[in-house]
Design a protein around this ligand. Structure first.
Ligand code: DGY
Length: 381
């Protein structure tokens, strides 16, 4: 029996698509209805359990749109497959909650939602960087408590960022956008660590540096660090933009925290387990001038004991992509992944997915992460 409320859209559709949370906007529903699907949406704000999702999948389900809070491993994917499922899309760009290898073995294409989160998430990293550097949350609490008695020369002194070194770990789309915002907007010098050199980022910041020089101003620079440790030792701000997998789990642990400057700022908008959160609590407790800005947590939605008591940490509830435009765009992409595969469309190639947000979108599934492994046909414009 279903323990949560579900709403049914386009009940006459011949395909059946399950969506485990209500999504913003209305266009995504039109896309699925246009692919002749009935759409069943869970209207509860509670996180569904695996059993609840399995019950909802039932005996027949053509596709699912799920959330990063749900473990789409063998169990759930197997239920989807057994119900005749042909596609799964995460409502997220990250897909560490999906066992893609098992999905591939079962022949299930797995979609994600890249391209619409880039600037939005980078902006959140910028916001957390400044909130930590300038102690915004401490100041806010102080005001609300009625403790402000007048301007003082040393009230809530923070860190000036201009001209300092920005360490970016993971220079993919979001990391690069954040690096550019901080270099071009706030004149920080970028030091990045990434398995591959990001020449486009280096050239872009070099060109901006030349422009500044042409104005007689000090240029900004962009270099690739040889190691994570080298970056941690040198950077004044460290922002994490990696995927989460075995190689990045607890990438920032106690020994690496100890390498960072005493007054460094650590920002995490990627995935919580990239930081050993208990080690971070201990480090922030012992180093009051060290600051952190966190959007994601190791055991989301829980926090490690002590984290919420620290004044030198700014905490927000995984809202890096939470703008109306981005969340509606993610819904369009997730629905287009499911509708595209169910309609037998090929898979879009390339990074620019903006055409899917326009009227008359391409007849393609925008982003299927295991398309190559499944030898799905590529979209030829
Ligand atoms: C993602 O998409 O992976 C974000 O963490 C949530 O928007």
């Amino acid at each position: 029996m279903r323990s949560k409320e579900w709403a049914v859209h386009n009940p006459g559709g011949s395909g059946r698509v399950l969506v485990t949370k209500e999504l913003p906007g209305g266009r995504w529903l039109e896309i699925l209805a246009g692919a002749d699907c009935s759409v069943e949406v869970c209207t509860s704000r509670e996180i569904l359990t695996t059993d609840e999702i399995k019950t909802a999948i039932g005996g027949r389900c053509d596709g699912c749109i799920g959330q990063l809070t749900e473990p789409w491993g063998k169990d759930l994917l197997g239920s989807l497959k057994a119900a005749g499922g042909k596609v799964y899309s995460n409502y997220a760009v990250g897909y560490n909650n999906v066992d893609v290898a098992s999905a591939t073995e079962m022949g299930i294409p797995v979609g994600n939602t890249p391209g619409v989160l880039t600037e939005t998430t980078a902006e959140m990293a910028v916001a957390l960087t400044f909130a930590a550097a300038r102690r915004l949350v401490e100041g806010d609490r102080f005001m609300r408590a009625g403790r402000y008695r007048g301007w003082l020369p040393s009230l809530f002194l923070g860190e000036r960022l201009r001209g300092k070194t920005l360490g970016v770990i993971g220079a993919g789309r979001i990391g690069s956008a954040y690096a550019r915002m901080m270099a071009e907007g706030h004149r920080m010098n970028v030091l990045y660590f990434s398995p591959h050199a990001n020449r486009a980022l280096e050239e872009r910041i070099a060109a901006y540096g030349e422009f500044l020089e042409s104005l007689g101003e000090r240029p900004v620079t962009c270099r690739r660090a040889e190691t994570v440790e080298a970056l941690l030792r040198e950077a004044d701000v460290v922002s994490l933009h990696t995927i989460l997998d075995d190689t990045t789990h607890h990438l920032i642990h106690a020994e690496r925290l100890a390498m960072m400057k005493e007054n460094a700022i650590l920002v995490n908008t990627c995935r919580g387990p990239v930081i050993d959160e208990a080690a971070l609590v201990a480090h922030c407790r012992e180093h009051p001038d060290f600051r952190a800005g966190l959007d994601v947590y190791e055991d989301e939605p829980a926090m490690k004991p002590g984290l919420s008591e620290l004044d030198n940490v700014v905490l927000v509830p995984h809202i890096g992509s939470a703008t109306v435009w981005t969340r509606e765009g993610m819904a369009v992409l997730a629905a287009s992944n499911v509708a595209g595969i169910l309609s037998g469309y090929p898979v879009w190639q390339g990074q620019d997915i903006s055409a899917f947000l326009e009227d008359d979108p391409p007849k393609a599934a925008p982003s299927i992460v295991n398309a190559k492994e499944l030898r799905l046909t590529e979209y030829k414009p």
